[in-house]
Unconditional design. Sequence first.
Length: 211
Amino acid sequence: MKIFDVSLTIREGMAVWPGEPLVVLNRRTKIEEGAHANVSFMSLGAHTGTHVDAPFHFIAEGSKADEMPLDVLVGPAQVVEVPGAVKVITADVITSLKISDEPKRLLFKTSNSKYWDLETNEFQPGFVGIDLSASEALVNRGIRLVGIDYISVSPYKNSKPTHDELLGAHMIIIEGLDLRSVSAGLYTLYCLPLKLHGADGAPARVILTQE
Ligand SMILES: [Zn+2]
């Protein structure tokens, strides 16, 4: 069995959504300074790096990060590759991708993957997102989980329609995937968000496996 780690490394200086808190991750005690053990401290936003959005992110009565269904977060998933020329994923793009009926978990690998190659700490506003028409198409197909390879599923400055549509349909959203190591195909997804009480999102370790 092959295991693909599709999670970003959480580190200080990494790109975060504009206005979100920067990552703090450092050791408060250090063996080399005489301490018995190394002990790190961290402070970060719930939507840092590879993370899930809980419905509560945009839906006032939506479920929280600690209530997300594990049977949706784990199971068969399809990685689809979106042609590099596509700047926004629309309903027409969804149709052109010839997505199969099953599984109901879809991960979009787009030209966003190039941003991880840059290893830049700068937020990239030109990332590829999913618009409202595509969101409606995904809901109509009964998709339960959707993932994408940048830190928002929706196009920049147009967050609400896509999130309202997807989260309103109780779909789980995974953002900030690093899909560089995988190509289009079928995998088993394991997405385990931190069990953060009452939170609207949570960082997750996400892996894909393939026999
Ligand atoms: Zn998010």
